[in-house]
Design a protein around this ligand. Sequence first.
Ligand SMILES: [Fe+2]
Ligand SMILES: [Fe+2]
Length: 287
Amino acid sequence: MRTYVAAILADIHVGSMFALWPRGFPDSRGGSYFLNAGQQYLEGIWAEGLKVCPPLDLLLFNGDVIDGEQYHQRKRYLVDPNIECQTDAAEVLLKPWVDKLKPTGALYWTKGTKYHENGGSAWVSTLARRLGAVPDKLGDFTRFWLNLDIDGVKMDMAHRQSFFMRYRSTPLERELDFDITQGELKEGVADLVIRSHVHKFHVVADELRQAVSTPGWQLQTEFAVQSVSPNRIGPRRLGFVLLYITPHKKERGLLPIRIEPVTFPHPRLEVEHASIGKTSGGNAANP
Ligand SMILES: [Fe+2]
Ligand SMILES: [Fe+2]
C-alpha cells in the first residue's frame, strides 16, 4: 500500500522584520542586516522544522512567500522593500526544503494575496521556476488555484480563506460545501481542501473529506497588534503541515490523507514588571 508524503508551507513573508531572513544575506543597498531577536528565534525553529521533515514526494508552497511592498505601513516594517531582494532571500531559505524532495518528487506553488505578492508576482513566479516548480498549462509557475490528483486522491489548494477570529471551523466547512458546487467541473470533489492566510492550523473533517488551514512562519506583527485589539489575531504556534496520502484507503471508503501539523510555540510576549513601590532609590525620571 503506497503512501506519499507531502509538506505544505505558507505565509513565510520573507522581507518582513517579523519573519525569516537568511543570516548574513546582503540587502539591496549594499549593506548587511543583523537579525533581530524574533528573527533569530525563527531561524532556530526553521532549522528544527527542516530536521524533522521526512523525504518528500510532494512539496506545496501555498502563497505569501514574500511580504511585498507593505504600502499600508509605508514599508516601515520591512527588512528590505526591494522585491527582487526579497525573492532572492526567499530562495536561500526555501532551497533546503526543495532539497527534501525525492528524485521522483514534485513542487507546486500557489500565489499569495494581491497585497503581499501581486506587485512582485513576476518575481515570485521566476523564483518558483528557479526552484523547479511544475508550471501550469499556460507556463506560469505559480497558480491562483491548484487542483491536484494523486492516484485518485484529490486536493484543492489556494492561499486565501475567510477570516474568522472565532468559530474557526466555519470557513473550512464553507470551503468544503462550496467545493461540492464546483466538483463536477473538476473531476469530482476534493478529498482535502487546503487553505492558508490566517496563519493558524485547523482541521475540519467528516467521514470522507477534510479541510486544513495551515500555520504560518511570521511572528505577531504590528498589524496583528493594532488592527482590532492586540489579543485577536496573533499566532500561537508557527510551522508547517505534513500529509500522508494513501490512495488505496480511498478505494476502501476511508479518509485517504493523514494530516500532521509540525508546529513550534510563538515566543512569549513581554510582560513588564513595574518598578514601583521600592524604597532603595529614585526612578529613572527623578533619580
Ligand atoms: Fe500571511
Ligand atoms: Fe496571506
